[in-house]
Design a protein around this ligand. Structure first.
Ligand code: GLN
Length: 547
């Protein structure tokens, strides 16, 4: 039976609750426990799949094909535990389940109410798979006091009541603002936040206090006294240079000890932190720097490509080098020559994306990388753009394009080298989709296997000819162009097992030019960098030595 840690936040948003949760997960693992992390989000979208990356940051895709919150990416990167669709739930999903049951007649005769029907639905989610792990960590999105968060706070209160005493604890994240004028760290917002929590029946067991100053003993005592916790349960969370320092930093501050104490686990198993000590060593002893250009559309918000930025960092760790990623708006290359912008980079990455805007610029970036022999990694749309570029400029299909753009524009302008996939095989069944299907959750989503050509560069990079990677797209490169493109040196070196769907292309006579239809960044971890990112950065290091 799992023990539960509920993680809430107060004072302000963006305090790094997801990171604190992920780091705690890593520390419990270091103590020999199995963990699963879960995110409960109060917003009303059924899932984040239809939210703009500008609004919400990246959509993180799980192996089982769920489109989830980017915090699940943090969880995976810190624990290596593959998230499942059931590890992320929003109010929208909860309400839609409740309403579906109501229509079906499951509650026949009853008046449907937030308590107990919505809270019961939330409690059922929290309990999914509870027998599988030692610790279940559930993070509640938003901040205490948000109207939409209330049913979740009520549900976790009830959940802890329903369980044995001591089976659930509450960890609360707050901010200690520094008032420069008086030279003081202020505890009042934390006191208020805990008061708010207690007014809905939740007493935190552990307080994680973000502050950019060390917490003086006096303030620590004050927080403990007013918030009804022990002094040792007030954990300082200072700002860090790298998020990957978080497990060691939190350990030094006593977070895992405080959590184990709250569960009365004594003696606590000794932690083995080797994995994180190695990551720290690599962070601290990086030599040199490579510059990678990320040519995309959603560049205003870095979180839009969170996993890519992280995977590049991991690639740097693998090579003991720093990776400096710079984001460039692809639309610039629709007006200007890419050379002055891209020349200074050691590698170019074109990430995933949706819609036509900016795609001609991405095609220019792919062309520049191919012709100038700069390492290129194209991910999803970035692979599709590389294929279109080769089709136009090498295979002579001057109107090559993607059906996605024609559908958007409502007219036929392109030869569909990239076409809308309407039917494909998942495991042992066939999935079918229509062009005008709902937008939510209708893509080719989740883990699929691919077979790699023996002797290809990617087979060498992976050290394997069978791989499994996560997908999130509606359109595919049309295999009927394979012969024409391979004749020009763009090899289709990874294919779906049925041989119908191109999964990887790579250019011959090029130091490193690879396009992948899937999202390798989602599976990269600091302690296990994804082979494609590790080798891409290695190629960038090599390119940097040439200049
Ligand atoms: N828009 C493209 C498609 O749907 C690519 C998607 C992506 O890059 N994730 O196929």
């Amino acid at each position: 039976m799992a023990r539960f840690v509920f993680i809430t936040g107060g004072v302000v948003s963006s305090l790094g609750k997801g990171l604190a949760s992920a780091a705690l997960g890593a520390l419990l693992q270091a103590r020999g426990y199995s963990v699963r992390l879960r995110k409960l989000d109060p917003y009303l979208n059924v899932d984040p799949g239809t939210m703009s990356p500008f609004e919400h940051g990246e959509v993180f895709v799980t192996d089982d094909g769920a489109e989830t919150d980017l915090d699940l990416g943090h969880y995976e990167r810190f624990t290596g535990v593959h998230a499942r669709g059931t590890d992320s739930v929003s109010s929208g999903r909860i309400y839609s389940n409740v309403l579906e049951k109501e229509r079906r007649g499951d509650y026949l005769g009853k008046t449907i109410q937030v308590i107990p029907h919505v809270t019961d639905e939330i409690k059922n989610w929290i309990a999914i798979g509870e027998d599988e792990v030692d610790f279940m960590l559930c993070e509640i999105g938003g901040t205490v006091g948000d109207i939409e968060g209330l049913p979740f706070f009520e549900a976790i209160r009830q959940f802890a009541q329903d369980k044995e005493r001591g089976q659930c604890i509450f960890m609360h994240l707050t901010l200690l603002p520094w008032i420069a004028a008086s030279g003081e760290l202020k505890t009042k917002p934390t006191q208020h936040s805990v008061k708010e929590l207690r007014s809905i029946g939740l007493q935190p067991d552990v307080l994680v206090c973000r502050s950019d100053q060390p917490i003086p003993e006096k303030e620590r005592e004050k927080i403990a006294l007013f918030c009804n916790v022990r002094k040792e349960d007030v954990i300082a969370a200072p700002d860090l240079k790298s998020i990957y320092e978080a497990p060691l930093a939190y350990h030094r501050e006593g977070l895992d000890q405080a959590v184990l104490d709250a569960f009365r686990i004594s003696p606590a198993p000794k932690p083995n932190l080797d994995r994180w000590l190695d990551v720290q060593d690599r962070l601290e002893h990086a030599e040199g720097e490579v510059k990678v250009a990320i040519v995309g559309k959603y560049i205003q918000l870095e979180d839009a490509y969170k996993s890519i930025a992280e995977a590049l960092t991991h690639g740097g760790l693998a090579n003991r080098t720093r990776v400096k990623a710079e984001w460039i708006d692809s639309e610039i290359f629709e007006r200007e020559d890419p050379a002055p912008y891209l020349e200074k980079f050691n590698a170019i990455l074109v990430p995933g994306g949706f819609g036509e805007r900016g795609t001609e610029g991405k095609i220019k970036a792919a062309q520049f990388a191919r012709e100038k022999k700069i390492p290129y990694l194209g991910i999803c749309l970035g692979m599709q753009m590389a294929v279109i570029e080769a089709a136009r400029n090498l295979a002579g299909i001057s109107d090559a394009g993607s059906e996605e753009f024609d559908h958007e524009a409502g007219e036929k302008r392109f030869e569909p080298v990239v076409y809308h996939l309407k039917e494909w095989v998942k495991g042992n069944h066939t999935v079918a989709r229509k062009v005008d299907d709902d937008k939510g959750g209708t893509m080719r989503l989740g883990a699929y296997t691919a077979n790699l050509t023996a002797g290809s560069r990617v087979a060498e990079v992976y050290g394997n000819t069978a791989i499994e990677e996560r997908h999130r797209h509606r359109y595919e490169v049309d295999v009927k162009y394979r012969a024409a493109l391979e004749k020009q040196g763009l090899q289709f070196s990874g294919m779906s097992p049925d041989g119908r769907l191109p999964e990887i292309v790579e250019a011959e006579d090029h130091p490193w030019f690879i396009g992948v239809q899937f999202h390798p960044e989602l599976k990269s971890k600091p302690f296990a960098p994804h082979p494609l990112f590790a080798d891409f950065v290695r190629a960038a290091v090599e390119a940097s030595r040439l200049v």
